[in-house]
Ligand binder design. Structure first.
Ligand SMILES: Cc1cc2nc3c(=O)[nH]c(=O)nc-3n(C[C@H](O)[C@H](O)[C@H](O)COP(=O)(O)OP(=O)(O)OC[C@H]3O[C@@H](n4cnc5c(N)ncnc54)[C@H](O)[C@@H]3O)c2cc1C
Length: 377
């Protein structure tokens, strides 16, 4: 066996070994020199749904607002409007906001909001020696961030690329790279971040699919996570002709939010439950530097006409320990988290209604059920 063959075989074998604890482990098929993905079926029925939610993604066509301005005697730093990418970008835009705060020289900082963006920003400021107080209307779990799917999707509905400037794309790339690196340091920490197999099942090769079918990803940055690749029919057990696969990251949201909150408090952070109703409420805060991480809540206070909701409905199924993958199929998706298997896939621009609709859930269930039916045993 030459060196290259040895390395290839060793790589594939260790992959199979490493994932061998679950039944969806890719198996090395010696005769065809391919990896067989045995994907466990979902137990999918309406009576296994324990929760349905609608969350509102805070979308701005030009992208998240990361900017510094003066408000009376205060410096205000904005960090809001992350669309469908707030979890993924939280560390990266938090870092950009931190640079703006540090340029003021202020060490006592107020952060408005305790969603994923506010918590990451507050933690990053603490790491540079700032004394941080979070002011927030609601605490987790009562934040939009708790209604997200929880996957690595830094370009999902992050802007309208027809409107966003090239400068924004540079900013996005900087934020994406910073976040990605930060997540690598969270791996292995109580499963709050982990790598999972992601499959795409479609009636077309994934290269011909629209951005929306691929989760609304408006930009692509090569070289961070492995690229999607098409699987041949003898590499998978799906019945569909076109199946793609890649490894991707996912976030176990309840434990992630808990980790962020408790670490913030452990490092001396303070939290005050308080609603900001008008600009004067910000002016009345004792801190001279204030970071606005209020998500959609920023719309009214700052009169931001660009900020609009893109609603997303999720249905949560009872967890199945053997199901650990992510699947996108014909407009619906599932992601297996520790707390449940989340079904979703829609996005309604401008919709403020947070009442879950049964017919939307039924459509997700029908689509994924069909994929399960088509699977070879
Ligand atoms: C269905 C769905 C799926 C998603 N999936 C993903 C995904 O897989 N990956 C990903 O990266 N992103 C995803 N997102 C996007 C992500 O959830 C958001 O971008 C993110 O939650 C925004 O975080 P935030 O901290 O800015 O806002 P929020 O979580 O809304 O937090 C805002 C904070 O500000 C506070 N606040 C608001 N108004 C006021 C006020 N007037 N006074 C005081 N406090 C106030 C709130 O109480 C809260 O604490 C998804 C979103 C949805 C809806």
């Amino acid at each position: 066996m030459n060196r290259r063959n040895f390395l290839n075989t060793a790589g594939l074998s260790s992959l199979a070994l490493a994932s061998g604890l679950t039944s969806c482990a890719p198996r090395f098929n010696a005769s065809s020199a391919q990896v067989m993905h045995r994907v466990p079926k979902l137990k999918l029925s309406l009576d296994r749904i324990v929760k349905e939610t609608v969350g509102l993604r805070p979308f701005r066509a030009s992208g998240p607002r990361i900017a510094k301005e003066t408000l009376g005697s205060k410096t205000l730093v904005h960090n809001y409007g992350h669309g469908g990418s707030g979890w993924s970008l939280s560390w990266g835009t938090g870092n950009l906001a931190r640079e703006l705060v540090l340029s003021t020289g202020e060490k006592k900082v107020a952060v408005l909001g305790s969603g994923t963006v506010g918590l990451a920003t507050a933690r990053l400021l603490q790491e540079k020696g700032c004394e941080v107080t979070i002011y927030t209307k609601d605490l987790p779990p009562n934040v939009t961030s708790n209604l997200a799917t929880g996957t690595w999707s830094p370009a999902s509905r992050v802007c309208d690329p027809k409107v966003a400037t090239p400068e924004f794309q540079d900013l996005w790339e900087k934020a994406t790279r910073f976040s990605f690196r930060r997540f690598q340091f969270m791996l292995g920490l109580d499963d709050i971040v982990s790598w999972v197999d992601e499959y795409g099942v479609s009636d077309q090769p994934f290269r011909q699919q629209t951005d929306v079918a691929l989760g609304g990803e408006v930009y692509h940055l090569a070289g961070l996570i492995p690229e999607r690749r098409d699987l041949s029919p003898n590499e998978h057990s799906f019945g569909s002709r076109y199946v793609s696969w890649r490894s991707s990251m996912m976030f176990n949201i309840p434990s992630y939010l808990h980790h962020q909150l408790s670490t913030f408090i452990m490092l001396g952070g303070k939290i005050k439950v308080q609603e900001i109703k008008k600009l004067e409420d910000i002016d009345a805060l004792p801190e001279l530097c204030v970071v606005n991480c209020m998500g959609l809540g920023a719309k009214e206070i700052f009169n931001d006409e660009e900020l609009t909701p893109i609603s997303g409905q999720l249905a949560c199924l009872i967890p199945q320990p053997e199901v650990t993958y992510k699947l996108n199929a014909r407009g619906a998706s599932i992601i297996a988290r520790k707390d449940g298997i989340y079904l979703g896939g829609n996005g309604l621009v401008g919709n403020w209604d947070t009442t879950p609709k049964r017919e939307v859930t039924e459509k997700f269930v029908d689509t994924i059920q069909q994929v399960m039916k088509e699977m070879r045993s």
